[in-house]
Design a protein around this ligand. Sequence first.
Ligand SMILES: Cc1cc2nc3c(=O)[nH]c(=O)nc-3n(C[C@H](O)[C@H](O)[C@H](O)COP(=O)(O)O)c2cc1C
Length: 326
Amino acid sequence: MVFRNGSTAAGANPLDVSMRIEMAPLQGLTGHVFREVYARHFVGVDHSYCPFVRLRAGQLLARDKRELAAGLVMGDGFTPQIIAASPAEASSLCGLLVESGHRRVNLNLGCPFPMETKRKKGAGLLPYPEEVEKLLETLCRFEPALKVSVKTRLGLEDDSEFSALVPIFNAFPLSAIIIHPRTAKQMYKGTVAWDVFGEQGRKLTSPVIANGDIATIEDAHRVREAFPWIAGLMIGRGLLRDPFLPAAIKGLDPPSSRRQVLGHFHDDLVEGYSEAGMSPGHIVDKMRGLWTYLVHNFPDAEKLTKRFKKVRDMDKYQELVGALFR
Ligand SMILES: Cc1cc2nc3c(=O)[nH]c(=O)nc-3n(C[C@H](O)[C@H](O)[C@H](O)COP(=O)(O)O)c2cc1C
């Protein structure tokens, strides 16, 4: 991992099973079916979040409703994430969570997409600390029924926006502050500003979780070593590329055949989506999204990516996948 100030961190204890690892929410990828099937095949993740749910015309979208209900039945103790622009919207969403039996809520202050940021949602709120304050006031009124956490970037346009948010975050009893140290303008690219994370994150009084570009055991240990005050790590794309990564970071033994475990995970995931009522075409679409990450477990990932891009129907899809796992 490259630290922006050029510093490096030494390696860490490879048997650190106590390091808390959370699965990042990834819209379209880590819904309840994925999380449930993942938990059946892999170890190492301590907690997960559902991708954000929202209100449209005052109502939850049908798919968000299903997501929240199914997650609850699963009982994996995940945290529902909401995205909201106004205290009224946040209050309605929290009310719905409490009514349906949820015990936690995470506020999305990181979504970088203009469709949300233009409506002052996600990272669109970051230049407005007083509005973040009002939202947190609203959310924290639901304490103790709901434990409140936030997931944030460093800013919308500039990472200097974060310093004005620190006293706001410190004014509330947040159970966690997950920081992805990029601006929304960067989307998912460019350097992760670990220097700003270090400087600002240590001023926060709530537990801080570090998130961003953790793709290897070494990345995880470097972040942990550089910032010993963090409460844990959150991993998104790195976990999709290598589902064994959380266990490896914790120094747990790898399975005797990675390919076999991946194959069983894959087949159960396809079955899970089918049981959830998805059409074969929709499942192929969904799985193609996951394969943009999973291809890296196989030789010639580039060629494989091209082949997956062309696949549209389930028979052709199963043919391609069957050859990989055989
Ligand atoms: C396809 C995609 C969907 C995402 N959806 C969400 C989301 O619903 N809520 C959220 O807080 N972050 C979302 N994120 C951001 C991730 O949770 C995470 O913060 C980001 O990918 C950086 O971590 P990583 O480098 O470990 O992936 C999404 C990211 C991607 C790539």
